[in-house]
Ligand binder design. Structure first.
Ligand SMILES: [Zn+2]
Length: 303
């Protein structure tokens, strides 16, 4: 009897790094956490430390491959990352090569939202979906007919930077009125500023308690997320849209608010109603680290 082989997946977030050892069927055997340091070399050292910890825990079943999900523009074929502003990495940084040197592993790297989409596909059992990451920003990743779509310039799914309001707020990307200025964790934080608790949690709590201003802010936010879902569905028409990212931690209440907004938007449109968008919105399971799990699955995906 031999144990199933497992791989290491590391999700490098803006503030936290999450490492897992997972088998190809999505079973997480061990997971470890660290704070994300600043600077490419420091991030590589921290990632190498997570790999060492996982090897110490479940080393004998690991197959020597490490997958890394990282925010920013990723050249998956070359293993380089660029514009990972939160990591203090501006120019192309050879993260795969550096981590391979430190660990002796074969390292594959991809954008963190792409990794999360792979994890979501594994966990939900669906292979035609768009993963919508409602984090600090707004981004999507597509698994279409079972295949990850990165795009010609690795920019597929950057829907947060589709301008939707010429009179809207300036966006950090240099444009005005981008969708992520209204449909992201940052947008919630600006519309519902609170101290000491996640803004989305506070907003949904206040709305559930009947605060009419909170209800209005929540419903406006849900409508903008619904806009993002319409954009995705009318472009590539995936079977499901999976809501994830930090804002998704408010749980089922988010899915319900967004499904309600989609139903309202379809009220005057038999065309939109026929697409049943509310019925195609799923929430990422709260108890699975999908981004780290997806990173562990990256090596099985063609770059
Ligand atoms: Zn933008």
């Amino acid at each position: 009897m031999s144990a199933a082989k497992a791989r290491v997946g590391i999700d490098i977030g803006a503030t936290k790094m999450h490492g897992v050892a997972a088998t190809s069927d999505g079973t997480v055997l061990a997971d470890v956490l660290a704070t994300t340091p600043t600077g490419g070399d420091a991030v590589v050292s921290a990632a190498a430390e997570l790999v060492a910890q996982l090897r110490a825990r479940v080393g004998d079943v690991l197959d020597g491959v490490v997958g890394v999900g990282v925010p920013g523009l990723v050249d998956a074929a070359g293993g380089n990352v660029k514009h990972a502003v939160n990591l203090g990495v501006d120019d192309w940084f050879p993260i795969a090569e550096r981590l391979a040197e430190r660990t002796g592993a074969r390292v594959v790297v991809d954008n963190d939202v792409n990794a999360a989409a792979l994890g979501a596909a594994q966990v939900t059992g669906h292979d035609d979906l768009v993963y919508l990451s409602l984090g600090t920003g707004l981004a999507a990743a597509s698994i279409l007919d079972g295949r990850l779509r990165r795009g010609f310039r690795s920019a597929a799914g950057e829907i947060g930077h589709v301008p939707v309001d010429p009179r809207g707020h300036p966006c950090q990307c240099g444009q005005v009125g981008c969708l992520e200025t209204a449909a992201s964790g940052s947008a919630v934080a600006e519309a519902w500023p609170v101290a000491g608790i996640a803004p989305a949690q506070a907003l949904f709590d206040a709305a559930a308690a009947g605060d009419p201003r909170a209800v209005a802010v929540r419903d406006t936010f849900a409508a903008r997320v619904a806009d993002a879902i319409r954009l995705v569905c009318l472009t590539v028409d995936p079977e499901y849209v999976v809501l994830g990212g930090g804002v998704a931690q408010v749980g089922e209440r988010l899915r319900v608010a967004v499904a309600h907004a989609l139903a309202e938007q379809a009220a005057t449109s038999p065309f939109l109603r026929s697409l049943d968008l509310p019925g195609r919105v799923l929430l990422v399971p709260g108890d699975v680290p999908v981004a780290a799990l997806g990173a562990a699955l990256l090596a099985g995906v063609p770059s």
